[in-house]
Design a protein around this ligand. Structure first.
Ligand SMILES: NC(=O)C1=CN([C@@H]2O[C@H](COP(=O)(O)OP(=O)(O)OC[C@H]3O[C@@H](n4cnc5c(N)ncnc54)[C@H](OP(=O)(O)O)[C@@H]3O)[C@@H](O)[C@H]2O)C=CC1
Ligand SMILES: O=C(CO)COP(=O)(O)O
Length: 330
């Protein structure tokens, strides 16, 4: 990919806007944010702001914004920054505008709830002849957009493609590590959200920091088993997309998944939670169902899914987790 890459970011939410501004700031590529709301485009063009999702942050002056899907037609890299459950719909809507050979990068952290399928499978089905990649790892949109140092992973079908994408998208404050493990990288992002909810439950219920540390370690073991069962590399989840992101979102109150879990831990249910995207609330049920079907041991994920569904009381969940048969850690 050359210096003239045209990067289009689809989805003008918090993450899409943050990625668009940090890539635009490198000055190496033309960057366009494809939004759905006229007021978003007007605000970015007039004042370099997207206050609804990144309050108080000034975006790159070179960032372009538009509502016109035709902008995709000369794109070499397209970032899909809408939520997991919207990725298929977006692919269908935009397929006619996406050039053959373009890289389409999944920036969501989840799995498709309706089918239980990986997002790479979903996009490859909807977008043949495009190269589907995955961007994941620890990085809050506001941190990225402010230019705070952030490191994430980009996984593609070959190391050459991943390295090309890493070079196009990285800059002085945003560093991408190339990977060929698209399965491990996307599942690390999807499953850490479930475990961040679990960390929130622990915090909200006042179970202590020791419980949180145990949960992070044993949660990582669950992630490794799930990734390996899907043909990914279990070691991937010990890196940025997995442990790195779990440490971030399992401990920082910037995380929506953590805050949702805190509400669950405090009041025992999710009543009153409105509006904010909580990807782990979708992923918990999907992962738990697949784990049961494929005989993958995921006791923490199962408990989170059951608590969210109102099938299990917190006290019972803790009792069940603590009274599991004593086994070796590894
Ligand atoms: N926020 C963060 O810090 C991070 C988020 N992520 C991941 O990024 C993904 C998006 O999260 P985030 O940006 O925070 O969410 P937001 O709720 O802030 O934004 C979601 C955006 O997606 C847009 N959208 C929804 N459906 C479509 C569609 N079919 N076509 C085009 N755009 C669509 C929405 O547009 P509209 O406003 O018009 O409804 C909205 O602007 C999630 O999977 C999340 O896990 C990953 C790392 C960090
Ligand atoms: O994934 C994230 C940062 O890496 C964002 O986490 P939340 O979706 O929990 O806010």
């Amino acid at each position: 990919m050359s210096e003239q890459s045209h990067v289009v970011v689809v989805g003008a939410g918090a993450f899409g806007t943050a990625l668009a501004t940090v890539v635009a700031e490198t000055g190496e590529s033309r960057v366009t944010l494809l939004a759905r709301r006229a007021e978003t485009v007007a605000a970015i063009v007039a004042s370099c702001r997207n206050e609804a999702v990144l309050p108080g942050i000034t975006l790159s002056a070179s960032l372009e914004a538009t509502l016109d899907r035709a902008v995709l037609e000369d794109a070499s890299v397209v970032l899909f920054a809408m939520p997991s459950q919207a990725q298929r719909e977006a692919a269908r809507e935009l397929a006619g505008h996406l050039p053959d050979g373009a890289a389409v990068v999944i920036c969501a952290k989840g799995m498709e709830k309706a089918s239980g399928r990986l997002l790479t499978d979903v996009l490859e089905e909807e977008l043949p002849r495009r190269h589907v990649a995955v961007l994941s790892g620890p990085g809050f949109a506001a941190d990225i957009a402010r230019g705070l140092p952030t490191a994430m992973v980009i996984a593609a079908s070959t190391l050459e493609r991943a390295a090309d994408l890493a070079h196009v998208l990285s800059g002085p404050t945003f560093r991408l590590y190339p990977s060929v493990d698209r399965i491990g990288v996307q599942l690390g992002g999807a499953l850490k959200n479930v475990l961040a909810i679990a960390c929130g439950i622990v915090e909200g219920a006042g179970l202590g920091d020791s419980a949180r540390a145990a949960l992070i370690s044993r949660g990582l073991a669950e992630m490794s088993r799930f990734v390996a069962a899907h043909g990914g590399d279990a070691a991937t989840v010990t890196g940025l997309s997995g442990l790195g992101d779990l440490v971030l979102t399992g401990t920082s109150h910037q995380s929506r998944n953590l805050r949702f879990g805190i509400a669950l831990g405090r009041q025992g249910n999710a009543e009153g939670w409105a509006g904010e995207l909580v990807e782990g609330a979708f992923a918990a049920g999907v992962a738990s169902k697949i784990a049961a079907e494929r005989n993958i041991s995921m006791p923490i994920t199962d408990a989170v899914a059951a608590i969210i569904d109102g099938r299990l009381a917190l006290a019972t969940a803790i009792g069940q987790l603590m009274s599991r048969p004593i086994t070796q850690e590894f």
